[in-house]
Design a protein around this ligand. Structure first.
Ligand SMILES: O=P(O)(O)OC[C@H]1O[C@@H](O)[C@@H](O)[C@@H](O)[C@@H]1O
Length: 287
């Protein structure tokens, strides 16, 4: 269990105690995927392709994943009903071949979607986006989508992790055509950054200047360190890590640092002091 820390304020007033927050480095779980890449630093997989580095944070009702791709993922749908899964992507790195297929180009009957899934033409019916580093995308439950190759993406979702595959480029993995067709949105929709009030979480991106300090005030949050390094709650942090934060606590950036702060929607959202907050970047237009 995570426990709050109490500190003796000392001084002339004697043993006045006040509560400080705490930060805890979360443990990653490495998931091998046929579309993955090797981890950049260590290799806990013994040579397998790692596609997902997963942090599950039940205390906050969130799952955070770093996705690293070398091939397209399955064309898939997440449920809108039971086990609803909305997800949010932040583009960390792109290679020349990178793309994201997001939503239908035209409204399509379920029978046509099924036919295209069976004959392999489904990717050509989706909006293809050229992702740009720093852009973010909200993938509303039920949207037909697939990440392409050459991407590192930070993904935020709730605790549900249900994926129904429509098409998998001939790979030897299960498809879930009936469930996917049932859950799929058949209309078109615009590319979204983060619609108001829909997701179970909120996102704020912070760019903290080298050698500056901010105070994390959030009551329950995750800090995904996209880049940089420094000290949080007297512990060293570095890029690619994910922390649980129970504010208030101080964060000192020793290098220019980019942090994605994720909070459950019902938390007291007082966040960091707002000095370094930047707006989420609008997605690029369809290619
Ligand atoms: O079914 P595959 O292709 O392995 O992809 C599954 C992955 O898809 C991504 O778009 C995300 O939704 C991940 O959370 C999910 O684990």
């Amino acid at each position: 269990m995570l426990q709050p820390k109490f500190h003796d304020r000392g001084g002339a007033g004697g043993d006045v105690r006040f509560r400080l927050g705490y930060a805890e480095l979360l443990t990653p779980h490495y998931v091998s995927k046929p579309w993955g890449r090797r981890p950049l630093s260590d290799d806990p997989s013994g040579g397998q392709l790692i596609g997902e580095i997963v942090y599950r944070v039940p205390d906050v009702g969130l799952t955070i994943k770093w996705l690293q791709t070398s091939k397209p993922l399955s064309v898939q749908v997440h449920p809108q009903g039971a086990g609803r899964k909305d997800e949010w992507w932040y583009v960390v790195e792109t290679q020349a071949e990178a793309y994201i297929d997001l939503g239908l180009k035209e409204p399509l009957a379920r029978t046509k979607i099924a036919e295209a899934a069976r004959n392999g033409s489904l990717p050509s019916l989706l909006n293809r986006i050229t992702p740009v580093v720093g852009c973010s995308y909200f993938i509303r439950a039920g949207t037909i989508h697939a990440l392409g190759p050459g991407l590192t993406v930070l993904e935020v979702q709730g605790m549900s992790d249900v994926t129904y595959r429509l098409f998998d480029y001939g790979r030897d993995r299960a498809l879930h055509l009936a469930e996917a067709l049932f859950e799929a949105r058949t209309e078109t929709g615009s590319v979204e950054v983060m619609p108001d009030g829909l997701a179970s979480f909120t996102i704020t991106r912070f760019d903290v200047e080298i050698d500056s300090r901010v105070t994390v005030i959030s009551d329950r949050a995750c800090l995904a360190i996209v880049s940089g390094e420094g000290i949080v709650d007297n512990q060293a942090f570095a890029a690619d890590q994910c922390w649980f934060a129970h504010g208030p606590m101080s964060l000192h950036a020793k290098k220019q640092t980019c942090i994605i702060l994720v909070e459950p929607r019902n938390a007291s959202q007082t966040r960091l002091n707002l000095a370094g907050a930047s707006k989420l970047t609008r997605p690029s237009r369809f290619a």
